[in-house]
Design a binder for this molecule. Structure first.
Ligand SMILES: Cc1ncc(COP(=O)(O)O)c(C=O)c1O
Length: 374
C-alpha cells in the first residue's frame, strides 16, 4: 500500500514540539512561524493543554451525542465569555470544511434557497458545498460544480448588488481576512453594505472564521474589526491547538430543528477539553492582546526590510509580499535557517501564522534568519 500524496513534502520529520519550536528526528530545532496551517494557537504541547487532555483521557475519551456531555456546556459558556457572541447557539463538528458545509446547509434550510455568493480568491474547504464556494477550479470536481455559486470581487459594490437582487441566494460566505487567498480584506463599509443587503434580501451572512478566529487577528473573531454581526460563524483550526474540532455559532434568530445537523464525532469529550484548555490559556495569558501587540511589532520590523514590498494582515495572521515568487525562499528558510513559514494563492506572499504567545524575541530571531536569506 502507498500513502496518498496530500501535499508535496518538505524533507523534515518533526518528532517533538514545544512552544514555538519543533525538533526533528536528527535533533535539529526549527522555529515554527506557521503553526501547521494556523492550528497551533497556544503553542505546541502547552503544559495546561497537555494536563487537561491527559486527565480527560484517563477519565473518558468518547461517547456519542445521544448522552449529556457537560463539557459541551462548559465550552459553550467559555466561548460566549471570550468571544462576546452571546446570542448564538453552538453546534460542534470536526473540521473547517465540515463547519462551512453545515453553515451553508443551514442557510439553505432556513431560507429555502440554494445559491451562494462567495468572494474571489476565497478558500472554504474541500467538501461538497464548501469547495464549491472556494475560488479554485482545480479542486472542484464536476460533482461540486453542481452547486450554484457566484463569485464577486472584494469591494465590488455594483456586482454584489446585482447578484444579491436576483433572489436565489441563501448565503453570502466571507473570510473577514482571507487566508489561503493571500490576506486581502475589503473596507469595513463594504462588509457593512453586504450585511445590510443580506438582511434586506433574506440571505444569511456566514463569517468563515476557521483560520482567523480564536484571537488570531487581535480580536476574538476577525469580523469584529468591521462592525458586522453574522448569522452564522464557522470555526476550527486554532480551536483545538491540534486536536481536531470545528463548530458553528448559529444566531438565535435562526430556529434550526432536531435532525437538521448531526455528527458522530463532533463535540466529543477529548475535543471539548482541548478547546476548553485553549480558551483557558487564551484568557489567562491574555493572548488576544498579545496577538495584536506582536502583530504590530512584526509590522514595524518588516517595514525596514528593503526587499519587502508590502506587509499584509492583522494580529498574527500576517504576510510579507516580495517582488519575486517566494517558493525558493520558503525552502531556504526551512533548510538553511530552520524556520517554517507558509505560502498562499499569491505566489509572491510569504505567510505567517505563529502561536499567539510568541514574544518579541521570537520575532527578532525570525527577522535575523529572514535577512540571512534575502
Ligand atoms: C478560511 C478557511 N476555511 C475553511 C478551511 C478548511 O478547513 P479544514 O482544512 O479544517 O477542513 C480552511 C483551511 O485552510 C480555511 O483557511
Amino acid at each position: 500500500m502507498k500513502l496518498f500524496d496530500v501535499y508535496p513534502l518538505y524533507n523534515v520529520t518533526p518528532v517533538k514540539a514545544e512552544g514555538i519550536t519543533l525538533t526533528d528526528d536528527k535533533g535539529e530545532t526549527y522555529l515554527d512561524f506557521y503553526g501547521g496551517h494556523a492550528v497551533i494557537s497556544i503553542g505546541h504541547s502547552h503544559p495546561h493543554y497537555v494536563q487537561r487532555l491527559k486527565e480527560q483521557l484517563e477519565q473518558m475519551a468518547f461517547y456519542s451525542n445521544s448522552i449529556k456531555n457537560p463539557l459541551q456546556e462548559a465550552l459553550t459558556r467559555k466561548l460566549e465569555t471570550l468571544s462576546g457572541c452571546a446570542d448564538y447557539q453552538l453546534f460542534l463538528c470536526n473540521s473547517g470544511a465540515e463547519a462551512n458545509e453545515n453553515a451553508l446547509k443551514l442557510a439553505s434550510f432556513h431560507t429555502g434557497k440554494a445559491g451562494v455568493i462567495a468572494f474571489k480568491n476565497s478558500f472554504h474547504g474541500r467538501t461538497s458545498a464548501a469547495v464549491a464556494a472556494t475560488d479554485n477550479p482545480k479542486i472542484n470536481a464536476p460533482i461540486n460544480r453542481q452547486h450554484q455559486v457566484d463569485f464577486v470581487s472584494l469591494n465590488d459594490v455594483v456586482a454584489f448588488e446585482q447578484l444579491i437582487t436576483r433572489g436565489n441566494h441563501c448565503a453570502v460566505i466571507l473570510e473577514a481576512l482571507q487566508g489561503v487567498g493571500g490576506l486581502d480584506e475589503p473596507t469595513s463599509e463594504f462588509y457593512q453594505l453586504v450585511s445590510k443587503k443580506c438582511r434586506e434580501h433574506n440571505v444569511l451572512l456566514i463569517a468563515d472564521e476557521v483560520q482567523s478566529g480564536f484571537g488570531r487577528t487581535g480580536k476574538f473573531f476577525a469580523f469584529q474589526h468591521h462592525g458586522i454581526q453574522p448569522d452564522i460563524i464557522s470555526m476550527a483550526k486554532g480551536m483545538g491547538n491540534g486536536f481536531p474540532i470545528g463548530g458553528i455559532l448559529i444566531h438565535n434568530d435562526l430556529q434550526p430543528s432536531f435532525g437538521m445537523l448531526g455528527t458522530t464525532f463532533g463535540g466529543n469529550h477529548m475535543a471539548c477539553v482541548a478547546s476548553l484548555a485553549v480558551l483557558e490559556v487564551i484568557e489567562k495569558e491574555k493572548l488576544i492582546a498579545n496577538a495584536a501587540k506582536m502583530g504590530d511589532y512584526f509590522k514595524q520590523k518588516a517595514a525596514v526590510v528593503p526587499e519587502v514590498k508590502k506587509v499584509k494582515g492583522r494580529g498574527l495572521m500576517l504576510g510579507l509580499e516580495f517582488e519575486e515568487e517566494v517558493g525558493e525562499l520558503r525552502k531556504r528558510l526551512i533548510y538553511n535557517q530552520h524556520v517554517f513559514t507558509g505560502g498562499s494563492a499569491n505566489k509572491k506572499l510569504l505567510r505567517f501564522l505563529p502561536a499567539l504567545n510568541i514574544t518579541s524575541n521570537d520575532i527578532d530571531l525570525f527577522f535575523e534568519r529572514l535577512k540571512n536569506e534575502l
